[in-house]
Design a protein around this ligand. Structure first.
Ligand SMILES: [Zn+2]
Length: 284
């Protein structure tokens, strides 16, 4: 995964430059009036919908299916620049919609080999959990040398904490080695979290079912329980969906790593769908 700071610090590779240029052209040629209009909105996060169709005559058409995360991170960088030039403080996020046939998939056909793919599913929403915030990125500062650094957290994993400053640790261990542990110097642990620089994200766990399975289930006389798939939505989608809503969900297939879930017997239980974008209604 490429972080924003790495992109700024180093020359982007050739593929990254192609991606950046493609996004700039799409925004300038297809969305300039929308950018003018939406940059006036006052929400903290704004989902900016981009038609997949506009990516198709650009290098993104071939790069996106293999590197969707890279394409989206660079695209979000471009659209943030576009909002910033328009003096907007809103954080826009690209939501690609209108994916074509090659992305279409049935929930019931997903297997573990599909892990990491971004696919498009017809879904019915069967459960909505309580929305919550999670710490996405935490910032630290060393009180001795004033270096700052950040740690990207992973959703539903134990929070990673910094325990020392790596710059100060370097000289500390060198000095300790030189004096065979006899140096009277403080350990490199004089660090603090910069609470106001922490980045939180709103998320909501939801459950989905497959319309085909639902239809089979209603005709099934043995009445096996209907299977529900776990998915997670973020930012502007949180709190915006309703039960039994029919939607097209464009999502990454991921494996759930919560250790206390019961995976037994049913491999479908290991999936978690990380939602990229949602469109009303089923795709035909
Ligand atoms: Zn330090």
């Amino acid at each position: 995964m490429i972080s924003m700071s790495q992109i700024k610090a180093t020359e982007p590779d050739i593929e990254a430059q192609d991606i950046l240029n493609a996004w700039r052209l799409i925004f300038e040629e297809k969305y300039s009036s929308e950018l003018d209009r939406f940059s006036l909105c006052e929400e903290d996060v704004f989902g900016f919908e981009v038609q997949w169709n506009y990516l198709k005559n650009t290098p993104l058409h071939s790069i996106f299916p293999n590197s969707p995360t890279k394409c989206l991170e660079l695209g979000n960088q471009v659209i943030r620049e576009q909002f910033q030039t328009r003096n907007s403080r809103t954080r826009p996020v690209i939501r690609i919609i209108g994916f074509d046939e090659e992305f279409s998939y049935q929930l019931e056909d997903v297997r573990t080999r599909d892990r990491g793919r971004l696919l498009s599913f017809n879904c019915i929403i069967t459960n909505l959990d309580t929305p919550m915030g999670w710490l996405k990125k935490s910032e630290y500062i060393c009180n001795d040398c004033e270096t700052t650094w950040s740690i990207r957290q992973s959703l539903a994993r134990e929070r990673e904490r910094s325990i020392h400053c790596s710059i100060c640790a370097d000289s500390y261990y060198k000095e300790m080695k030189r004096t065979e542990g006899k140096a009277k110097i403080p350990p490199p642990t004089n660090i603090s979290m910069i609470v106001e620089a922490n980045v939180y994200e709103d998320i909501q766990y939801i459950e989905l079912t497959c319309p085909i399975m639902l239809a089979k289930h209603s005709e099934d006389e043995t009445k096996n329980p209907l299977f529900h798939y776990l998915a997670v939505i973020n930012d502007e989608y949180v709190g915006d969906l309703s039960l039994n809503q029919e939607v097209t969900v464009n999502a990454w297939v991921e494996l759930d790593h919560l250790p206390n879930r019961d995976f037994a017997m049913d491999t479908r239980r290991v999936f978690i769908f990380k939602v990229h974008s949602i469109e009303p209604g089923f795709k035909t």
